[in-house]
Design a protein around this ligand. Structure first.
Ligand SMILES: Nc1ncnc2c1ncn2[C@@H]1O[C@H](COP(=O)(O)OP(=O)(O)OP(=O)(O)O)[C@@H](O)[C@H]1O
Ligand SMILES: [Mg+2]
Length: 460
């Protein structure tokens, strides 16, 4: 295109001379572009528009015959938001069953941990619905760096009606007026003991206090107070149970002071999704949107997502829109390839430029498979790899795996993982394994539109 347009100066002004008129006439190659621009202007009024209104009404403008499907697609795959609607919640039956059993039968407090985007908050939403149906009072709090014990648990107390306090009859005037446990709290800062005292007086209900994003809390005092509260509530058979969730590779990373409360908690690392669960994400979307994913497109999503509900949701979202943009309501492997392109662009934007350039250079130098093998192993274990994990797939020998680690350390992309001893290594940026894996997928999906192949290689 650039070559075809070479020599044409769109800024040249028309003059009366013949030569100048010839000069000023756009060459043939430009005419289709002008027609296209007229068509777009007529169609869209020039600039891109929103396709539906903020009240979720599909806009009648723009003539998109798939406008309604698009609107449903937006609800079905929400890569930037947790799932709140059970219709779109896939799999996780075992996790949910285990959590409910430990809350209900064992009266334990729960700690859910796992990598970013693995589905913790979505699980908590579904748990909240299940507990609410069983008449639990559920208080959901998303913690922040500045969360304080006093503030957090005062707010929780404000959600618990006073009528469940054994010292007040449900007909007492305070209870009738809609007072809550917060009204009984002293003005001085709330302590775990004081909150535990109150909780031990509850009757006729049970309360779940969910502290999501617990890893974000900076204050050591808050973490210690929460551990102390768990101990206090457990010892006094309180009717309040805590559910903590956060990003962590292991339990102690999320909750300090674990030894004192180990017997009182049920800790669960939220696992990668199975292939069946990822396929269920696709199937839920198909059911709710009237889009169909052909078998190869679904297989590509499964291969590329590698058990991450976030990646599955992102790919389905982009692939669905790509198909609709092309006038189809059947998603094909080529649409998943386009979705991967978009994802790569997104992920690149989250990493420093030199790191992006470094990865691209290694891909250009034909070292894609070395990178992909390490990235794939890292994605299976929270970003941390060892030679044994790389070799575990059985595709390469332990010696080759060692060579891969050494090569990537020499490149400055892997560094020893301080917590895990000498054997384990971490990528220097959190988002690197995902970017490498998606770039690998991009290369494979481009070369053919079959499901992405996995890196089965004699890595050099
Ligand atoms: N069970 C599920 N079914 C369908 N989609 C899911 C499921 N779990 C998670 N997702 C999708 O994966 C993405 C990440 O989910 P979620 O926000 O729950 O993860 P998270 O572990 O809380 O992430 P973070 O650590 O960033 O808080 C969301 O886009 C959500 O739509
Ligand atoms: Mg979350």
């Amino acid at each position: 295109m650039e070559n075809e347009l070479a020599g044409w100066n769109p800024f040249k002004r028309k003059t009366a001379t013949k030569a100048a008129q010839v000069d000023a006439t756009p060459p043939a190659v430009v005419k289709p572009l002008i027609r296209e621009s007229h068509r777009r202007t007529a169609e869209t009024g020039g600039l891109p528009r929103f396709k539906s209104t903020a009240s979720d009404q599909v806009s009648s403008r723009g003539g998109d015959r798939f406008a309604a499907v698009r609107a449903r697609l937006r609800d079905a795959f929400t890569p930037s938001q947790p799932v709140a609607d059970r219709r779109f919640f896939a799999g996780r039956e075992d996790v949910l069953r285990a959590v409910i059993r430990s809350i209900e039968d064992q009266r334990l407090h729960v700690v859910l941990y796992g990598e970013r985007g693995i589905g913790k908050t979505s699980l908590l939403h579904v748990l909240t619905q299940a507990a609410s149906e069983a008449r639990y009072i559920v208080v959901y709090t998303s913690c922040g760096a500045n969360s304080k014990f006093d503030e957090t648990f005062r707010a929780a107390a404000a959600e618990i009606p006073l009528l469940f306090h054994s010292g007040y009859s449900p007909t007492a005037t305070e209870a009738e007026k809609g007072a809550t446990l917060a009204d009984l709290l002293p003005a001085e800062p709330l302590t775990p003991r004081k909150f535990g005292d109150l909780a031990s007086k509850l009757t006729g209900t049970r309360v779940l206090i969910i502290l999501d994003e617990f890893d974000r809390v900076d204050s050591g005092a808050f973490r210690r107070d929460v551990a102390e509260l768990i101990k206090n509530l457990s010892d006094r058979l309180g009717r309040v149970q805590l559910v903590l969730a956060g990003v962590a590779a292991d339990l102690t990373e999320l909750v300090e002071h674990i030894p004192s409360i180990r017997r009182n908690i049920f800790a669960l690392r939220v696992p990668k999704m199975t292939e069946t669960e990822v396929l269920q994400i696709v199937a839920n979307g198909e059911r709710e949107t009237d889009l169909k994913f052909d078998a190869d497109a679904s297989a590509s999503v499964v291969t590329v997502a590698r058990g991450s509900p976030y990646l599955a949701s992102l790919l389905c979202h982009h692939a669905g829109h790509a198909a609709l943009d092309d006038g189809r309501n059947v998603v094909q492997p080529a649409d998943v390839a386009r979705a991967v392109d978009m994802a790569v662009t997104e992920f690149e934007g989250r990493l420093p430029k030199p790191v992006q350039a470094h990865v691209r250079r290694l891909f250009d130098q034909g070292r894609a498979e070395v990178l992909a093998l390490a990235a794939r192993a890292a994605l299976s274990s929270d970003g941390i790899v060892s030679a044994a994990e790389i070799a575990a797939s059985g595709e390469i020998t332990a010696r080759k795996a060692e060579e891969i680690i050494n090569a990537l350390v020499a490149e400055g992309l892997l560094r020893p993982n301080l917590d895990g001893g000498d054997e384990r290594f971490a990528f220097v940026e959190d988002g690197l394994p995902t970017l490498i894996w998606m770039t690998w997928a991009q290369h494979n999906l481009q070369s053919d539109t079959q499901p992405a192949r996995t890196p089965a290689v004699a890595a050099s």
